[in-house]
Design a protein around this ligand. Sequence first.
Ligand code: ADP
Length: 526
Amino acid sequence: MRDCEHGIMSTDIIPRAERSIMKIKQVKNLKLKSRLLTAFLIITALPIFLITVSVGTIMRLQSNSIQETYDVKSDTIKLLSNPLQILSRLTRGVYNEIVITAARSPEKFEDEEYIDYLNHELKDKFSYLVLRKGEEYIYSGNEENLDNIKGYFPQYGEYTTDMEGGIYIDIKNPFLLKQLDFHFTDGAEGSIFVITAVDTLVPQIKSSAIQMVCSLFFVVILTAGVLIIWIYQSILRPLNTLHAATNAMKEGNLDYSIEGDPEDEIGQLCVDFEEMRIRLKELIEVRLKYEEDTKELISNISHDLKTPITAIKGYAEGIMDGVADTAEKRSKYIKTIYTKANDMSALVDELSFYSKIDFNTMPYTFTSINLHDYFSDCIEELTLDLEVKNIEIRYTNETDAGLKVSADAEQLKRVINNIIGNSVKYIGNKKGLIKIEILDIGEYVKVSIEDNGQGISSRDLPFIFDRFYRADTSRNSTKGGTGLGLAIAKKIIQDHTGSIWAESEEGKGTTIYFTLKKCKEDTEHE
Ligand code: ADP
């Protein structure tokens, strides 16, 4: 029952704001986090992956090329991580042959043809042969260089098995040295040296390094590019859209609409911005309408007051100037002045009442009203008045006897009086009939008030609930209408959460309908 007794009208502004805040809260936490995580992964994982792939590919290619160039077979990693191994392996085949020859037939080392053959074999592998007998160098594959390097050669017996892979001599032109000691057939101590120039490998390693640096640059640029595109797509683009929308709004364009994905923060910001734009536009439209209405209201009031004032002035002058020269005329003039003053007073009363309800400053007292009792009393009151005016009233109430509606009894009476007042006004002098019917339509009851008056043209019908609207100004001026009666009725019914509308046929009559909300307990009984 308490539900019926308060009449606070809720607007949808607060729930809408709350909904927006809740929406923001729901999506706030996740997206930026996941985006940062993705950025972190892109920055770290992508370069690692790409560097691994490109370095791996380069190493494989280099290894293949080394294998092809130097005829060395080994793992890529091993080859590139230990270039000395490459140098050592280069000459392994020839060196093994030398070892076998030294063991089995050392006399071959005195055969120049054989030595040339060995040296020739080594040439392809960037190496050459040096042969020492005692202290004397009896053969060198590279005569010019011998003097520069021979000082670094180990003495007979100094080269041990630990040095099997060769020893690296780090001078200006570094080289790898492999030595084998043996005895010539005459018993003399002999050493055979296999010299490999290290410089030969440098171009290969250099090109590997350049390729790796290039691939590193490429990977970094690619990662940065991917990140920049991604950031642009997901952050900068919506921000740019927002920026454009803000500028448009700054310049007064409130029709610039934007879209956003409510699933991420910036998208949500766009959605909120869009809501704000719509709200602002609505507020400005309301404001403009209000200003327009105020201008119209002032012009209507001045016009409506001016007409009776002019009449009052005219009749008063008529009396003062002696135009009303008979007692009968004077009495007629005074009556007219009285009627016009009454009209003015009614207009001022209606205006002040209308401004009160229009500004929502009218306090309603909502109570639970028994529909049958309320309308029976109303009809009883009206019947007396209407009988005098030759108008019959027919009342039917199809609702349950105990049905109650939530309404302000006094204001509801004002609605009924305004509608019936119009019926009376527009029935004219003919035999009038007003039918009042009440129907139960579920959550609401529908009240219809039908008359057999002059009706309203279809041109005027949509506007009769607008304030100051009078279907035919000249005609109504004789009937003393203010054009506020139905506007007031509409506002009161709306404040009761009901609706009001009209149907009419010119020459046949008009029906005004309005709905009233049932009390909650009555609705529950349905
Ligand atoms: P008014 O004070 O001029 O009657 P209302 O707001 O009550 O102002 O009505 C607006 C206009 O609607 C009236 O001027 C009249 O032209 C038309 N109207 C309202 N009710 C009726 C009716 N029952 N029959 C014919 N015309 C009507």
